[in-house]
Design a protein around this ligand. Structure first.
Ligand code: 23J
Ligand code: MN
Length: 262
């Protein structure tokens, strides 16, 4: 089938409802959960603020608009290679230099929701990915791979979402060998439903924060705080990942979407 025909069919499918667009982003505002690093680890991203400029009033009679105070790594967001020391030197590794061709692609959804319901510290492993491949087929080069945990259902409760106790944060994610294996398959990016691309326990792993360290070392991308992966099939969807084109940006909030068969 020609590319022209493929796009014509996609256009028709979007119009007739046989292709659905699933919203993979969480609401972005003052109630959005944000990463809380312990002070000995580093400085935190600021609370999100939305300030009104005018609202059809004396400050602008016919228009309403706002300005934002917003960290790059807030809410549902994209991690660029430049975010991590291991990926800092890539010329095409910031939000304004990443080729947009890399930001739309086939999506693999690895469902870990049952395991995570039993264990909030659940880690996806290389063996877990291989078991998924045995069922759904080999992960193809250039694919985006995301971990479904249904963690997003905690999104309206900051404490439950961050899930911190005296031993630190407890939330699911990948272990280091999982990310190494996915990189060996040539993935374009990795996504997680938690506050970051890594598990809550990732600070104690080797290397620390392996999803960040290894993905960005390989000039690959991350997605955090994804939602609604329970509405996306294991294979067959297309993910659309549009970070803002922030100059020298290390990441960006993004309205991630998936195109799925209805
Ligand atoms: C900075 C330091 C540690 C982490 C993070 C940021 C993120 O998760 C992020 O949003 O990229 S773990
Ligand atoms: Mn981030």
């Amino acid at each position: 089938m020609s590319a022209q025909q493929t796009l014509q069919d996609l256009g028709a499918g979007l119009l007739n409802g046989s292709v659905k667009v699933v919203d993979l982003a969480a609401p972005l505002g003052p109630d959005t959960p944000l990463l809380k690093l312990p002070p000995e680890i580093g400085v935190n991203t600021p609370e999100i603020e939305i300030h009104n400029i005018s609202n059809y009033d004396d400050n602008g009679p016919f228009w309403s608009w706002n300005w934002l105070k917003l960290g790059e790594h807030s809410g549902t967001h994209f991690d660029a290679p430049r975010h991590w020391a291991s990926g800092k030197d890539y010329k095409d590794g910031t939000t304004d230099t990443i080729p947009v061709q890399n930001l739309v692609g086939p999506l693999c959804v690895i469902d870990c929701s049952k395991e995570v319901a039993e264990d909030p510290d659940f880690l996806l492993t290389e063996a877990g990915v291989k078991a998924w491949e045995a069922e759904h087929g080999e992960i193809k080069e250039g694919s985006w791979v995301v971990m479904r945990s249904d963690w997003y259902k905690r999104n309206n409760d900051k404490d439950a979402f961050l899930n911190v106790d005296e031993n630190g944060p407890h939330s699911p994610g990948p272990d280091a060998d999982c990310i190494r294996y996915l990189l060996s398959k040539g993935i374009m990016g990795w996504g997680n439903e938690g506050i970051g691309t890594d598990a809550g326990s990732a600070g104690g792993m080797e290397p620390p924060f392996p999803a960040h360290y290894l993905l960005h070392e390989a000039n690959r991308y991350g997605l955090a705080s994804l939602c609604n992966l329970d509405q996306v099939p294991a294979t067959g969807a297309i993910i659309v990942v549009p970070p803002l084109k922030i100059v020298n940006g290390t990441g960006s909030p993004t309205r991630v979407m998936a195109l799925v068969p209805a």
